[in-house]
Design a protein around this ligand. Structure first.
Ligand code: AMP
Length: 255
């Protein structure tokens, strides 16, 4: 008999992907005040995939739980996830602390134990720190198999088949539960949270914890020395025809 799926989806609150981040005055990070925050796009894809797995495998999914580690305002991304079909959620409130992927993975391991999750779907990366580490570290801590950069997921009982985006093609692998999956951009197109579902989501469970409640110390190992904007590009020149282009390239010793 196959086990029921207990899916965990970690979702991060990040500066909205459509906003161009500005470096702060102290050059230690980006400006966060007065800026729109949203769910990390890869995490949105992870939520969508969890809901689609439930829709495609009637009765096979026992629960979908979302967890976010961040400031109190990270509740917003949990509410959005609940509106899209997640059943329950946990906020691990760390205030304004920046938390490195290893600490995130340690906190997530505690939630996995509490929820008895057997399938974890994370984004392949958070678009703010671009670490692309948390899923892999969590797989290491738990000793579970991992299928990263998923572009297709098929669940059949305890066996999950994942197609992965690899250089110049696709790789299809399969593994037994428990399993960790990280999502690539082409996995699916997330649905929108409708207003009635946002209202209903207010009644769904949102548990609030701190790192201390989970006996995990927030200890970072990296020090940010400097954050800089990319160098401004110098203006280009318009050429009237191919001859002029060749002359200019020869003058620049590019030909
Ligand atoms: P990263 O390794 O930081 O690029 O993040 C990869 C994935 O790990 C994200 O897409 C999330 O699914 C998860 N994750 C990272 N940081 C957090 C966080 N603070 N809260 C919840 N999930 C997180």
């Amino acid at each position: 008999m196959s086990s029921k799926l207990k899916i965990l989806v970690p979702v991060k609150r990040v500066i909205d992907y459509a906003i161009k981040p500005r470096i702060n005055k102290t050059q230690t990070g980006v400006q966060k005040t007065g800026v729109k925050f949203s769910i990390n796009p890869f995490c949105d894809i992870a939520v969508e995939e969890a809901v689609r797995i439930r829709e495609a495998n009637k009765g096979a999914v026992e629960s979908i739980h979302a967890v976010s580690i961040g400031p109190t305002k990270a509740q917003d991304v949990l509410r959005t996830s609940l509106a899209k079909g997640v059943d329950s959620s946990t906020l691990i409130d760390v205030g304004d602390a920046e938390v490195e992927p290893l600490v995130v993975a340690k906190l997530l391991r505690k939630i996995v134990e509490r929820q008895q999750s057997n399938l974890i779907i994370l984004g392949k990366q958070a678009i703010d720190d671009d670490s692309n580490q948390t899923g892999q570290m969590l797989a290491g801590l738990l000793g579970w198999p991992q299928a990263t950069n998923a572009s297709k997921v098929v669940v059949q009982g305890d066996v999950v088949t994942v197609t992965r985006e690899v250089d110049g093609g696709a790789e299809t692998i399969s593994a037994q539960l428990p399993l960790i999956i990280t999502t690539d951009l082409r996995l699916n197109e997330p649905r929108y949270a409708t207003l009635p579902n946002m209202m209903k989501a207010k009644k769904k469970p949102l548990e609030k914890l701190t790192a201390a409640d989970l006996e995990v110390e927030i200890q970072n190992r990296l020090e940010i020395l400097k954050v800089e904007e990319p160098a401004a590009r110098s203006a280009g020149v318009k050429v009237a025809n191919v001859d002029e282009l060749i002359a200019k390239l020869q003058a620049a010793k590019a030909l």
